[in-house]
Design a protein around this ligand. Sequence first.
Ligand code: TUI
Length: 312
Amino acid sequence: MIKSRVPALLGIKYPVIQGGMAWLATAELAAAVANGGGLGLIAAGSAPGDWVREQIRKARTLTDKPFGVNVMLLSPYADEVIQVVIEEKVPVVTTGAGNPGKYMTALKEAGTKVIPVVNSVSLAKRLEKTGVDAVIGEGMEAGGHIGTETTMTLIPQLADALEVPVIAAGGIADGRGMAAAFLLGAEGVQVGTRFICAEECIVHAAYKEMVLKATDRSTVVTGQSTGHPVRVLKNKFARRFLAAEEEGVSPAELETMGAGRLAAAFQGDVEEGSVMAGQAAALVHRIEPAAAIIAEMVGQCQTLLGDRFGEA
Ligand code: TUI
């Protein structure tokens, strides 16, 4: 029987966790996902603590369900964001782009559940020892900053190696992907790209349109040469960046080229911005409420898995 410990762990109805998408995942999306029965998240991205606090308070006016904050650990504001999460008694934190080890004691003392995103088995094993409550295993199908392993191979390895629940991420955008993740040993899924096209996602319409138009060959990985591989939708900026990498432009210069591009994309400059999205963009066909996305995914997954799906 495929059972999930995740709903009870997080106080949610369905084991569907929203991806922590910087700039895109605001209070509106977090609350909509929470109201749909999943775990909604406010993405702190590179924003300061005050902004995160405002968003938390706003989300609380939009839902009475639990929601979390995604902390991007490369952010210069990571320390103060963690402090805000503790002060505001946010029940769940997911982390990306780094090791949350140094915050574990403070977060656990505050009663916050900590769920790091990992892209390797060794990192997951190290983090399990620090007391994390679950891990999100993210394959390279995902959008944004990625590792090298695929969801198909990473998830069963994590499930074998860990005691804590494994949540699968990367390439999952419908009930078939969700069912597959459960069959690989996951107890939940993290969905990012499909939630870009949630009605409640406040990103510019041009960004959503680009996701809707994506096909199987629409994403590329920039930054392989700088050690910061980032999956984005192909556009003028991505082509120019890849050409510069090909020419051997220095990592420092490439970093300058990339600076601020996510903000540009968020504001609708989808040719000169960095339009982060996963390979699952090709599986996203319409703009609809977050709750409808969750209901459809869970329904399809239940049909496929039958009584192998449910509470632990
Ligand atoms: O974090 C993500 N995806 C992201 S973060 C982001 S903002 C950004 N933009 C440009 C360059 C860099 C960041 C956009 N997309 N996904 C989760 C994730 N975490 N993927 C990989 C990791 C990760 C990497 C290293 C987690 C831990 C880690 O630890 C290294 C160590 O051993 O400390």
